[in-house]
Write a protein that binds this ligand. Structure first.
Ligand SMILES: Cc1cc2nc3c(=O)[nH]c(=O)nc-3n(C[C@H](O)[C@H](O)[C@H](O)COP(=O)(O)OP(=O)(O)OC[C@H]3O[C@@H](n4cnc5c(N)ncnc54)[C@H](O)[C@@H]3O)c2cc1C
Length: 674
């Protein structure tokens, strides 16, 4: 259950929201918009303070029913001098339901249009960080579900404005005490403005002790006073965030026009970078991202592992992008995904049972008998239902990202090596000709990123080579993993007999896809995939099609029988294979971070070469999220995931190439694309 809200009749369209837990009214509702605007926006000097800034970041403690966020959104939208990017980071220990948030906004018709968009994204709010995206990615709401102090510890950013909100200090003292004010102060730079509606002595004292200068100001009736202030400690504040390696937006060269490179290009262009994307192929999305269609679904584990948490954030990010950029039914389908649990029941994290069960169920629940029946399975077959899943044609997403303003794509551009000259990186072809140059380079070339990283290291360490041994003889721990899917055309009436959503759990099966490269209306089914580590061959092999069809007989016996009975769809002359090469890391997490080696003389130069690769079997899940993470780290913005999880993605280096290259066949057989 989400946090209960009681609605007291006060003659307004929505009623007055009241929290039974805290025995207090939702404060931001008191006195309506004027008061909220006077206390928080005006208290922080907005919108004037953000005028003509490239970015602005607001921290709010106590998201409540979202009124301050909606009000800020409205002010930002109406301001011709608004910052290009607005971050709004809000903490909330007890999130109200999406419906209550919408209801609270009903009293303010001018906010309705924003409230409806917010309402659509308020789902699956399990404890932790959730990134909600609005206004084509220019308004980013990071909802931190949990105790404010704990949540702020998981982040690293500097707020430009702070809205200190929450139930009254008498009803909820923990939201106003000294430790909380300290946690807020850690997110401030000198000059950060702070505003709140309470002028309680204890709050003023705590803020003052933490380095804020505060003063009482006249409030709007019926409130007599409000508080505003500024972070201006007598001591030198600790830097909360790391210094950005890329400094101000300039030119960026992205190598690789697959999901990773295209997503990074769009995220950086949105922040003002001038991006050139180079790819060896003639068309975008020709590498692993040329997969006819892939499955998007979160990973589930009893201990809610890093992979599981990252996958949920990733699925949310991809759904937002697909929804904004693609045509449902054509390039993608948010159909949900059924995951069969063939070997053993998939256990969900035990902690989820004590939480808001609706938030967990938004993500995953046991498949119901109707869903099982659509797959030809019975109620006794174990399966999970991932409501937030579906299939996507990766190349469509790649093309949409490359079409973003500020992104230029160039095909048939094979980068042989990187060279640094006069502080600028050059991408050179085999003859040494510069294909593009920039202050920042993103290596998104799948497993070829390893070789390019080595060339960058060699070039950056050249000036130091004569001195001490500074050259770092290390290799990115990235490995090629070949895979093949099997597909065939399908008539519309045949498609109606097959599951209307992807099924995975022992390989995967997707039906009702638009036929890759076929005429409009022509459909296809697809099943896969094979795994072969250390192999880079793109040749489609008949034997692997047979292997995929064999696995389908275990995953979906009824479907496999039906396809065989229908004569055509599995006839050897009609079944086709598509092969690609994934790029995997030993951790199965993507590799994202700069090449900068600690304490090396060439660290500065390599700090501007970033690796974004190793998306393994989940490129559709990771690309959009990690591109935003990359941009956030470069610009020292609030992160879309916890700092700890982000650090788990930092590229790993191995002394020897691909430490797990000689993996036994039995382990390879356990691989799965999801
Ligand atoms: C059979 C198979 C099934 C899969 N199923 C799924 C699935 O169901 N769901 C899912 O999420 N993921 C799936 N994946 C994984 C997914 O396809 C990848 O994770 C994703 O496409 C990786 O994107 P990328 O941009 O990192 O790499 P790529 O798409 O491979 O892009 C790398 C690009 O770099 C370019 N390049 C390389 N070297 C150079 C150079 N020197 N100069 C210039 N350009 C260069 C290449 O031409 C290529 O376009 C599957 C993969 C395979 C092979």
């Amino acid at each position: 259950m989400p946090e209960p809200v009681a609605w007291h009749d006060d003659g307004t369209a929505s009623g007055s929201p009241y929290s039974p837990r805290f025995g207090d009214r939702y404060r931001s509702e008191l006195g309506g918009l004027t008061q909220a605007r006077d206390v928080f926006l005006q208290g922080c000097g907005l919108p004037e303070a953000w005028a003509s800034q490239p970015q602005w970041c607001i921290l709010e403690t106590g998201f409540g029913l979202g009124l301050n966020f909606l009000l800020t959104w409205q002010a930002w939208k109406a301001d011709p001098l608004r910052p290009r990017l607005l971050h709004f980071v809000a903490t909330e220990a007890f999130p109200a339901s999406a419906d209550d948030v919408l209801r609270a906004a009903r009293a303010h018709p001018e906010l309705q249009v924003f409230a409806e968009q917010l309402h659509r994204q308020l789902w699956g709010l399990l404890p932790g960080l959730h990134r909600l995206v609005f206004e084509d990615g220019r308004l980013l709401l990071t909802l931190c579900i949990g105790d404010t102090r704990e949540m702020l510890r998981q982040q690293s950013f500097e707020a430009d404005s702070v809205y200190l909100d929450g139930f009254s200090p008498q009803c909820n003292p923990d939201m106003w005490n000294l430790p909380l004010c300290k946690a807020v102060a850690r997110c401030c730079r000198r000059g950060t403005r702070i505003a709140t509606w309470t002028v309680a002595r204890s709050v003023r004292d705590a803020l003052t002790q933490c380095g804020f200068t505060v003063r009482k100001c006249p409030g709007s009736p019926p409130k007599r006073d409000r508080l505003e202030g500024q972070f201006d400690p007598a001591w030198e504040p600790k830097k909360a965030r790391r210094a950005p390696a890329g400094a101000l937006p300039a030119r960026c060269v992205v190598i690789g026009a697959g999901l990773a490179g295209a997503a990074a290009a769009a995220s950086l262009a949105r922040r003002g970078w001038d991006v050139v994307v180079l790819d060896a192929a003639a068309a975008p999305g020709s590498g692993a991202s040329g997969l006819p269609a892939g499955v998007l679904a979160p990973h589930v584990s009893p201990d809610d592992s890093a992979l599981s948490r990252l996958s949920r954030s990733g699925v949310r990010a991809t759904l937002q992008q697909a929804d904004a950029l693609l045509t449902a039914g054509h390039d993608w389908s948010p159909s949900g995904v059924l995951e069969r649990c063939l070997d053993h029941p998939r256990r969900l994290p035990a902690a989820w049972q004590h939480l808001d069960a609706d938030a967990a169920r938004d993500w995953v629940r046991p498949a119901n008998p109707e869903q099982l029946a659509l797959c030809g399975l019975t109620a006794s077959d174990e399966a999970l239902w991932h409501a937030k899943g579906g299939w996507i044609q990766p190349a469509s997403l790649v093309r949409a990202w490359l079409a973003a303003p500020g992104v230029q794509w160039r095909g048939l551009a094979i980068v042989h090596r990187l060279a640094r000259r006069e502080g600028v990186w050059h991408a050179l072809d085999v003859s040494g000709r510069a294909l593009a140059c920039g202050e920042l380079v993103i290596l998104a070339a799948g497993h070829a990123s390893r070789r390019l990283a080595e060339s960058a290291e060699a070039s950056a360490s050249e000036p130091f080579a004569a001195g001490t041994a500074t050259r770092i003889h290390s290799q990115l721990a990235l490995q090629a993993v070949r895979g093949q899917v099997t597909w065939a055309p399908l008539e519309a009436d045949q498609a109606r007999q097959l599951p209307p959503f992807p099924v995975n759990g022992h390989g995967s099966f997707v039906a009702g896809l638009p036929l890759p490269g076929g005429p409009p209306g022509q459909l296809a089914w697809l099943t896969g995939s094979t795994f072969e580590r250390g192999n880079e061959s793109l040749e489609a092999r008949p034997g692997e099609n047979l292997h995929n069809l064999e696995r389908l007989r275990t995953l979906l016996p009824d479907v496999a029988r039906r396809l065989a009975d229908d004569e055509s769809p599995t006839a050897p002359n009609l079944v086709r294979g598509w092969a690609g090469v994934r790029c995997a890391t030993p951790s199965r997490l993507p590799a994202l971070g700069s090449l900068s080696p600690m304490n090396a003389p060439c660290a500065h130069a390599l700090g501007s070469v970033w690796v974004f690769s190793g998306l393994g079997s989940r490129g559709l899940t990771f690309a959009a999220l990690c591109a935003e993470l990359l941009a956030a780290r470069l610009h020292a913005e609030p992160l879309p995931i916890s700092l700890r999880l982000a650090d788990a993605l930092l590229p790993a280096f191995a002394a020897e190439p691909a430490a797990d290259a000689q993996q036994p066949a039995s382990q390879a057989a356990q691989d799965s694309d999801l």
